[in-house]
Design a protein around this ligand. Sequence first.
Ligand SMILES: [Ca+2]
Length: 232
Amino acid sequence: MKQAKLLLFSFLMIVLVGTGITYAVTSNLPQEEASETDYVYRFWSDVFHGHFFTIDYDEATKVKNTDSNWNYEKVAFSAYKTQQSDTIPLYRFWSDVFKGHFYTADESEYLKVKNTDSNWKYEWIAYYVYPLTYSGPVETETVFRFWSPVFLHHFYTSDENEMNKVKNTDSNWTYEGPAFKVPKQEFTSISCDKRCDEMISCQEAYWYLNDVGCGDKDQDNDGIPCEEICGG
Ligand SMILES: [Ca+2]
């Protein structure tokens, strides 16, 4: 079903690209339809050297369109906006000192940071996830956590290839371990690794940007991916 929607959307994109009507579509972030889960959007800031994650579509859209400190990267994974059976809250903190967010689903860590660490200000429940101990019927994937003593930021990824790459090749980031689990998302398993110069058409570039959610294909955030093949 999801695959069918994806194909339909790709087809529509090709038609739209073909007629030159792309702007309205390309300014939107991908959204999940008719599902209990919602996408968690991932941003990177060259200014703060950190990531930002939000499940809130309006917040993500606002940050993408109005805050030039942040570049939209991709859909990180899926999670729940409201509490579901067996899920636990993921708590969100902001630090004025580190200029970054911290997320934890560990109740004792949440209470400790909230009550004893003045660097971090508790904001709200970001979304709902599964504890690492979850072994129920829902297929899940693990989200891994890093800390950077260089950038003073946390990094989270459910992509095992990315986790291994960062762990083994990027000394800026210290691997902390598995943090929590999220419902497995076939959509996000499509990698953004394919480079613009490896794509066969501008349509393919649009598909990666809008359907897969690979924001890195549009570095200058003008809605046009891979300028070397799409022009602009
Ligand atoms: Ca662009």
